[in-house]
Write a protein that binds this ligand. Sequence first.
Ligand SMILES: [Zn+2]
Length: 497
Amino acid sequence: MKIQLKQYLSAIDKEQVDALETLIFLVSGGDNPNSNPGDWGRFAHKKTVSERFQRAHKRGAATKPFTTDLPNDKGTRVSFWQVKADLSTFEYLSLARKIAQQAIAQGSETVSIQLQKLPVASHKPLVDALISALYAANWPITSFKSGKKNKKPTKRLHIYGLKSLVNTKQSVATSEGTNVARDLTQLPPNVLTPGEYRKRLRKLATQFGWQHKFYNKSQLEQKKAGAFVAVLEASDKPTGGLVHLRYQPSRRPKKTLALVGKGLCYDTGGINLKPAKFMYGMHEDMEGSAVALGTLIALSRMKVDYAIDCYLALAVNDIGPLGYRPNDVITASNGTTIEIVHTDAEGRMVLADTLAIASKAKPDLMIDYATLTGSCVAALGTTYSGAFTNREEFHNDVIDAGKKSGERVWPFPQDKDFDKALHSKIADIKQCTVGGGPDHILAARFLNRFVDKNVPWIHVDLAAGNHKGGLAHIPTETTGFGVRFTVDLLQSKLFAN
Ligand SMILES: [Zn+2]
């Protein structure tokens, strides 16, 4: 889908207003939503709206944005949204979601917005938020409900009153990446099997011009990727495996980025079967791979000048007689032996080998995404995701990119003495502990064993991958969280220079 964007450096004039069915004003407002914006500039109908606003305010209503129909032929419906000063990106995105919802409910294919006396510094984040929210609200998310949809999609966004034109390439690119990730993640597990996922990835590879490679179970066995293979064992004729996509810029790249994603198309927990309450929703356990893919899509659209290797670890954590069990000892592709403790910790198993394989190419930066631990959700809730890195000096850039993108991320410690909890009597390392403890930190310490020390690495535990009621500009519970964060992170000094 595409929303056509037009930016105007002038305020909307009378002729333009009177041709519209709906118009949205964004006016500067304090903390009081009832305060009259006062300065209506050269707005053609300012006398009418100002009087009506005062009257509505006297009645004490105004918990909603003030809305009124203009006395012109079209009866243009105008609504006034107050924008507070100094909003964070997260707050701009959250406000834009409400505006997008209203615009869609009003049913006009063109969303027209006048920025009225807003501080110039707010223009760029507002334009980004409005584009992102409109794409999120209009994206054709796959549904299996029978019957017709009657929602009219937004086709155009017209923004008036800008001080200068805003470059919107990144907003559109991250929107596409995020929404592809959201849609894939919410697909039912009998639809998005690893086989179907691979088919879609091949199609995308052709569309985007990525190189494409797939390692099936026997090829992973040849690579001695025992940790990955252990997870595939329980599936009858597993269609999972490792997908490797490569983006090559037009000029010879100076740097390479590696993106890695956990793609568990369903997670039953394995022989340590999950109870119903925790199994329901486990089709979303492939969100990490969808976010890695979405990031690759966004960066490809932005035509970045570095190469990108994207590795997606696809599998189903099934139950079956051949499935791996607690107390098994398994050897990963880097030779590390792992004592299995809990078959529901399958994410770190497929990631262990994938990170080891991805490390071999010595990328300049490696980022992995996974819906990995319940303890990360317990620690942060679902409005933030957790970050873990083998370069502590990255912490500030990680926090800043989270704030800048509106996808907020917070780092956790990675001191070596955490490893004591993973000490095994029989193997090099325990997969996890039996229960309790800081599993999100221990999982990252476990993964660290499979990452080349010379490769700067960031692991993102997607606690915010699903948030009840939607998050920021995203109206659905599945958020696709991580694409915006990564694109901003890659522009920080940590990677760009
Ligand atoms: Zn699991």
